[in-house]
Design a protein. Sequence first.
Length: 436
Amino acid sequence: MNPIADQLNDVIQQANPHLFEMLSDIGKHLFFPKGILTQSAEAKEKADRLNATIGIAKEGGRPMALPSVMTMMEGIEAEDALTYAPSFGLPELRKVWQQALFEKNPSLAGKPVSLPVVANGITNAISVCADVWVDPEDVVILPDMMWGNYNMILSVRKKAKLVHYPIFNESGGYNTDAFEKTVRKEAQDRDKICVLLNFPHNPTGYTLTEEEADRIGEVLKDVAESGTNVILICDDAYFGLFYEDEALKESIFARLCGIHPRLLPIKLDGATKENYVWGLRVGFITYGPSFNGDSKALFDALERKTAGCVRGNISNASHLSQSIILNSMKNNAYPEEKAHKFKLLKSRADRVRKVLKDAKYDDAWKVYPFNSGYFMCVQLKTVNAEQLRKHLLDQYGIGVIALGEKDIRIAFSCLEESDIQTLFDDMLQAVNDLSG
C-alpha cells in the first residue's frame, strides 16, 4: 500500500475505526498523489521568475486560447474557464456550497461536516462514492422503484448486491415497515450494509414526511447500535423542489450526521437540477460522520481519498462549469431567480394533482403519491406500459417513460402547465384504444 494511503488510513482509524472498516478495498488504497500536483502547487506559490511545471500552454503569461472559443465566454477569463480545476473542486465553490448546505438544512446547525468534493455531476458522484465505500457483494438497499442507472453503477460496475423493498404501503405513504424489515434482515449476518435514499424520489416524485424520516432515522441508528456498520447514501439530486406542506424540507442526511460511530451519512447533491444547469455536470460529495478528536484531520483524510478517486477517474470536473455556478450563486439575483423557477414547477405539480382528481381516469390507472421533484408515476390497470408508450408515440406524438409492465413515468417538469390536461386526456384515450 502507498505510504500516503497508510497515513490517511491511520488518521481515519484514530478518529473512528468503524469508518476504516466501512471503506472498500479500493477506498483503503486510495490517496491523493503528491508528485507533479504538489510540485506544481509549490511552484505556483514560489516560482516568481519562470514556472515550467504546468501541463498547459501559455502565451503572454496567460493560458493560450482560441479567440473563437473566448468570444463565447464573455465575462469569464481564460484562467477561470480553460485551465484545470483542482481534483477537489474550486476552493471557493466548495465553501459556498457548504454554506448553502447549512442554510438549506436547519438540522445541520452545530454539526461538523466535510467540505464538499466536486464530481462531474451526481452520476459521477455516485460512482466515486461507490469506489470509495462499496466492495463486490456488499448489499445496497433501495426501494423497488428506482432510477435505472443505480443498477449500472452499483450492480454492473461494482458487483454489489441490490436488495429492494416496496416503496409505498397500502395507505399511500412511504413503506417504513418494509424498509425496517429489509434493513434488519440484511444487517443480521453482515458487518456492513449500504442504504441508498433518493428524495425527491426518481421516478415517483415522493419525499418523506417528518414522521417517516424520524422512523427511518431510528431504524438506522438502532441497527448501528446493534453492531452493524451502516453507510447511508443520500442522493439529493432534486433537493429543494418540495411542493407540499407534509414533505420534509431538508435532507435526511442533516438529521443523521454524527449520531453514531457506526453510521456514516454521505450527501450527494449538485447544481444539476437545483440550479437548472443539467449539462454543466457539477455534483458534490459531503461526509457527516461521528468521530473522536478534531474533525480537521479526519475530513482532510476523507476528502483526499475522495479527490484521489476523482483524480484517478476524470482528473477534475470542468473549471468553466464550476466558475459559472460559483458566479451565479454569488449574484444578488440568485435567490429570486431560484424562487421564480420553483414557483413555475410547483404550479405544474399542482395542476397535475388537480387534473388527476377527475374520476374519469380511475378505471385506467392509479396515481402513485408525489409531492416534490420533476416526476410522477401512474400504475396502469388494464394495459401494458410498453404497449401504451409506443401507442402514444405512434398515434398521438406523445412521449412518456414505461417502467416495467404497469408503470408510466411523466416528467411534468418539462411540460407547460397548459399542456398537462391534454397529456392525460390523450393518455386516457390511448388506454381506451388498447383496451378495445
